[in-house]
Design a protein around this ligand. Structure first.
Ligand code: ZN
Length: 284
């Protein structure tokens, strides 16, 4: 009797196993269907590989530009009356105080909760701790950042004069690396792969880019501050930015496997570039 029950058990186990075996060739068909449907964000298997810019583009893909504004490169706001991607004569830099620090005043929307505030302040701290730029709550200054949870993650380029909105939607933009990324735009930095010398360091795969987003890959007349190209800049697009069907749009060279972009915050070179742009360490 006992052995009969055991035999039944074994048979049952075998049957159960057989039913879970995959049907031959089914995965190939399935993958083909998936390939048609997937977007660039699906291509990134490991969530840990998402860069700050991947997250920004994911949030901003659902955003419509607010009245009177347009966006370059996915998250740099320009008003129709003012266009200053080149920042002529460094007019868009924040001024340096006599004590050698660059104070960037800000106000923060009361709509943020404590966690949001901590996240944004961490992004500020990550810049301040390695540079002479200090973000300070506004008292009376005429020019300041107005940080608000509008739709999307975006900023103007450099100081615009007067009140300038820097949008960090919650919860989508609530990563300190995303906050640091937008703050760096406000300090005057464009995306790393927009550098005038980028073609020495990356290949732009034009055929993989969504047709109406080609303009987001234009090179800019950047001041490269005698600094090396930085694959790990928090300002670098991810490998699949604006991809049409999941193929890479940016491939590093000569080694295509160099990781590009990240989410943690400003890289050592990002901080170095801020220090060079703002002449940190010298009093003027
Ligand atoms: Zn950006």
């Amino acid at each position: 009797m006992h052995s009969a029950v055991m035999l039944l058990g074994v048979l049952f186990g075998l049957l159960a196993q057989a039913s879970t075996l995959p049907v031959k060739n089914s995965t190939g068909v399935y993958e083909g269907k998936m390939r048609l449907k997937r977007k660039y964000s699906d291509e990134i298997r490991d969530h840990e590989e998402l860069t700050a810019m991947d997250q920004i583009l994911a949030v901003n893909s659902k955003m419509r530009a607010p009245r009177g504004l347009s966006f370059r490169e996915g998250d740099i706001a320009t008003s129709f009356v003012r266009s200053a991607i080149n920042c002529p004569g460094n007019a868009c830099l924040w001024p340096k105080a006599v004590d050698g620090f660059v104070y960037v005043p800000y106000i923060m929307s009361p709509l943020y909760d404590d966690m949001d505030r901590i996240t944004i302040e961490t992004g500020m701290e990550d810049i301040s701790s390695g540079t002479c730029v200090k973000f300070v709550p506004r008292t009376h200054e005429a020019s300041f950042l107005d940080i608000q949870p509008r739709y999307g993650c975006w900023s103007f380029l450099g100081q615009t004069g007067g009140s300038q909105t820097l949008s960090l939607q919650t919860p989508g933009c609530m990563w300190s690396g995303v906050a640091a990324h937008e703050l760096m735009h406000a300090l005057g930095f464009v995306h790393e792969q927009s550098r005038s010398d980028r073609d020495h360091y990356v290949t732009i795969v034009w055929k993989n880019i969504m047709a109406d987003h080609m303009h987001n890959f234009r090179k800019q007349l950047t001041n490269n501050l005698n600094s090396p190209y930085d694959y790990s800049s928090v300002m670098h697009y991810g490998r699949y930015a604006f991809s049409e069907d999941g193929g890479p749009t940016i491939i590093p060279k000569p080694d295509p496997y160099i990781p590009i972009g990240q989410r943690d915050g400003p890289s050592a070179l990002d901080l170095h570039k801020i220090n060079v742009l703002y002449n940190c360490g010298t009093n003027e």
